[in-house]
Design a protein around this ligand. Structure first.
Ligand SMILES: [Zn+2]
Length: 142
């Protein structure tokens, strides 16, 4: 899943929209299925802002031998593959890099993902820097 900030070139409002992949966005745009929520204009573009993604170290809290866990793991693995391909790993520098993007307009060619402490996340939120937190399963666990 990927969140884009879309902007309407006609009435200049911005709004968030979720897409399963960046390709889905292109597809919908081509088919003219993307329109402004306010004025219905098709003159809608995604802004260049990439989302920040945080890996949560917290366990999903489910018995790892259960079927439910296996299903969740499959979904999470799909996200992980997607994120690894489309985002740049910054590890524990996440808070620092997220601030660089926010305050210094530092550009990454991709969105970033990494880890941060609970306190970091709280501080980032207070500063108006958004990050999606997703559960992360280490690959070598079964
Ligand atoms: Zn509009």
């Amino acid at each position: 899943m990927i969140k884009y900030k879309l902007v309407c070139k006609d009435c200049e409002i911005t709004f968030d929209s979720w897409f399963s992949t960046s390709k889905e966005y292109e597809k919908l745009k081509k088919k003219k299925f993307l329109n402004c929520h306010i004025c219905n204009s098709l003159n809608v573009e995604k802004t260049l802002m990439s989302p920040n993604i945080l890996m949560s170290k917290k366990d999903v809290g489910i018995d790892s031998s259960s079927q439910k866990y296996k299903n969740i793991k499959k979904t999470i693995n799909k996200y992980q593959d997607f994120i690894k391909k489309n985002f740049q790993y910054v590890g524990e520098n996440f808070a620092y890099e997220a601030r660089s993007i926010h305050y210094k307009d530092k550009k990454f060619s991709k969105g970033i993902y990494g880890t941060a402490t609970k306190e970091d996340i709280k501080e980032l939120r207070e500063e108006g820097i958004e990050a999606e937190v997703i559960p992360w399963i280490k690959e070598n666990t079964n």
